[in-house]
Design a protein around this ligand. Structure first.
Ligand SMILES: C[S@@+](CC[C@H](N)C(=O)[O-])C[C@H]1O[C@@H](n2cnc3c(N)ncnc32)[C@H](O)[C@@H]1O
Length: 286
């Protein structure tokens, strides 16, 4: 499969930049995957860095992906089902952006399109041109990130969109918009669940959690810890990423959890000087 991609299409990679995206951590995540498993579940999908790695490396792998952000989930199904119309719409955004980037960016940020294509091309356009590629909404669910400083942003990555479309069509991947707890209903013994939730803040200034209009709270972390226990009892393999915080370490201090402290680079801090390596936790039950 990998060889086929190299010959025909570029390897698919995340088509949105996403805060907390795992692209840089793929080698270490890969080392921590179990040798064999049934269906792969990713219930906090975001940009899906590990999903794309999985789809390239494991031909025929069955996957079940989901996220609570309905615009993001719509974007995955649009890329899968209507990629050529999406590319045309993005080219239109690109043309208008080149005429007056500031005026055009804020007019699109204010807009509220109804059609599937326009909704998804708006999401990708804003993601490519906003500050730091950040996705953040206010309590009413309105996208509120300012224009980024780019001289020539890559608004339409046609090759990658087509590769993503192709792999999502050809693979056995189901896509849903739902809360992470739904995974308990579907996952069976021997399946692998990778959780990459919004991280627990490690300091008061590091509380980026607004991927949806509902923040991910300490109670949600508690729900997640209970769910991990239930999945473990069901015989599922569970892998979880989170910040190097005491709350997280305490919730997973008992058997069967093994906690690994890994070095990671974060690029969401607005001050590039502060985007240095730090540690985060990788927790698993196998
Ligand atoms: C850290 S990001 C995932 C990043 C992803 N692993 C990547 O490589 O891009 C966390 C994701 O969880 C989603 N999310 C937040 N609360 C959720 C919930 N209650 N249930 C499911 N997904 C949720 C957010 O919309 C966001 O996309």
């Amino acid at each position: 499969m990998k060889q086929q991609y190299n010959q025909i299409l570029a390897s698919p990679k995340p088509f949105v930049k996403w805060a907390g995206g795992k692209r840089q951590l793929i080698p270490i995540l890969n080392e921590n995957l179990p040798e064999s498993f049934g269906t792969y579940f990713e219930p906090f999908l975001g940009g899906g860095a590990l999903l794309f790695h999985m789809l390239i490396e494991r031909s025929g792998q069955k996957c079940s992906i989901s996220d609570l952000n309905s615009d993001l989930v719509l974007a995955y199904t649009t890329v899968r089902d209507r990629v050529e119309s999406l590319i045309s719409s993005l080219k239109n955004h690109e043309k208008n952006y080149q005429k007056d980037s500031k005026l055009y960016y804020y007019s699109i940020r204010e807009s509220n399109p109804r059609s599937q294509i326009e909704k998804t091309s708006r999401l990708i356009f804003l993601n490519r041109t906003c500050f730091n590629g950040l996705y953040r909404v206010n309590s009413k669910g309105k996208f509120n990130v300012p224009l980024g400083k780019y001289s020539n942003p890559n608004i339409v990555n046609e090759d990658n969109l087509r590769s993503v479309s192709r792999v999502l069509q050809s693979s056995k991947t189901s896509i849903q918009c739902c809360d992470f707890e739904a995974v308990l209903r579907d996952a069976k013994k021997g399946d692998l669940v990778y959780f990459d939730p919004p991280y627990q803040p490690v300091s008061n200034t590091a509380n980026f959690t607004s991927y949806t209009n509902k923040d991910f709270t300490y109670d949600d972390l508690g729900r997640l810890a209970d769910l991990c226990t239930d999945l473990d009892l069901k015989g599922c393999k569970v892998l979880l990423s989170n910040s190097n915080s005491k709350e997280v370490a305490d919730m997973f201090s008992s058997k069967p959890w093994k906690i690994n402290k890994i070095r990671a680079n974060r690029s969401i801090n607005s001050n590039s000087q502060k985007r240095t390596g730090h540690f985060e936790l990788l927790i698993r039950n196998y």
